[in-house]
Design a protein around this ligand. Structure first.
Ligand SMILES: [Zn+2]
Ligand SMILES: [Zn+2]
Length: 393
């Protein structure tokens, strides 16, 4: 007997076509209008009831019913692309200059639609599945906006995952506990009177102050953070100066702080404030620090991770189930859902061995499309297992 939760050739072709169509028409965070229209049409094709326009471009779709004490489980895919000009040379490359699906969210949507097709075919679902197509994962925290719009009302657990080149196709990494970091942003604005390059004594040099600060910030992790807690401080942007014979009157530094422990995070914030202020006294500049809290860490629930592990085992076999021994210092706004309900976020192996530099967020990013049926089956199994187990409890 064929397994009703394994995608057949027809479903595979359907998902591949969806991925490629979405890849050709990427849209940035909160602008996923065409994407939403396309996903909505695919859900209609499957005969699945859904609501459009949640948090702007988000969609919630519903399969099965939550009655007689049955539970409800959510599956989530993100929809947004990145401001990158694609250089893959793929026949289905982005048709929109400067915008690219360089993180695999096109694949996530195809997988979730695949899971929807598999679940829709189930004769009897012991509860309700809510499919969440969420805008703005890369920026703006679309998950938070979806939650504010009420998508988690009556939902008991949530599953999601990300395409990942650090694992091979046929591998799914499931890890309970913290798997993604706090992602906070900082901006330091250094200002001075500016002046003639030949008369430094009549001015305060913002470039020298900034250079000193960039070097000092390297000690935040190396010398001020407990080494057992992974952390990163990166200055990603530096802007200042207009001419070689002018002392710059302003330099702006921008960067990100990634931490995996609340105390380490607080400590880095405190030290960053101290260093920024010290530059003011050292170099006679005005210094202003702005700290912007980003996404909270993704912390997978132990019990729900066990359901995910079981679903992974059924999908890819015991050997395909991997752990994620170290947290990623990347961010992921799936964390917002986990502040409200328990859930599990996994990694779907999708490495292209022929493309060693196809990193996520790079203009040559691509993934192995054989991950699509794996993700679809895994997500469908997670939903089914959770509802079955909840019905037994
Ligand atoms: Zn990304
Ligand atoms: Zn992503």
């Amino acid at each position: 007997m064929t397994n009703p939760l394994s995608p057949d050739e027809q479903l595979l072709a359907w998902m591949t076509d969806i991925r490629r169509t979405l890849h050709q028409h990427p849209e940035l965070a909160l602008q996923e209008f065409r994407t939403a229209e396309y996903v909505s049409a695919k859900l209609a094709e499957l005969g699945i009831a859904h609501q459009n326009g949640i948090a702007g471009t988000g969609i919630a779709a519903f399969i099965g019913e939550k009655k007689n004490g049955a539970r409800s489980v959510a599956l989530r895919a993100d929809m947004d692309a990145l401001p990158i000009t694609e250089k893959t040379g793929l026949p289905f490359a982005s048709q929109h200059d400067g915008v690219m699906h360089a993180c695999g969210h096109d694949g996530h949507m195809a997988m979730l639609l695949g899971a929807a097709a598999l679940l829709k075919k189930q004769a009897r679902l012991p509860g309700r599945v809510v499919l969440l197509f969420q805008p703005a994962e890369e920026d703006e925290g679309g998950a938070e906006k979806m939650i504010a719009a009420g998508v988690l009302m009556g939902v008991d657990a949530i599953f999601g995952g990300h395409i990942e080149r650090h694992y091979a196709v046929g591998e799914i990494a499931v890890q309970p506990g913290l798997i993604c970091a706090f992602t906070d942003e900082f901006r330091i604005n250094i200002r001075g009177p500016g002046g003639h390059a030949a008369k430094p004594h009549e001015s305060a040099d913002c470039i020298v102050a900034a250079a000193f600060l960039v070097t000092s910030l390297q000690t935040l992790v190396a010398r001020e953070t407990n080494p057992v807690y992974p952390a990163v401080v990166t200055v990603g942007k530096i802007h200042g100066g207009t001419a070689s014979n002018v002392i710059a009157d302003q330099v702006v530094l921008e960067g990100t702080i990634r931490t995996t422990h609340i105390a380490a995070r607080e400590n880095i914030f405190e030290s960053l404030r101290r260093m920024a202020l010290a530059v003011r006294d050292l170099y006679r500049t005005e210094t202003e620090l702005t700290l912007t809290p980003g996404y909270p860490p993704v912390i997978n629930d132990q019990k729900i991770a066990e359901v995910a592990r079981q679903a992974a085992r059924q999908t890819v076999g015991e050997n395909g189930v991997k752990s994620q021994p170290y947290p990623s210092l990347g961010g992921e706004d799936f964390s917002f859902y986990l502040k409200h309900i328990p859930g599990c976020f996994v990694r779907f192996g999708a490495r292209r061995d022929d493309l060693p530099h196809a990193n996520a967020h790079s203009p040559v990013f691509d993934f192995d499309e054989r991950v699509l049926p794996v993700g679809a089956e895994f997500l469908a199994r997670c939903a089914l297992l959770f509802l079955q187990q909840a019905a037994r409890d």
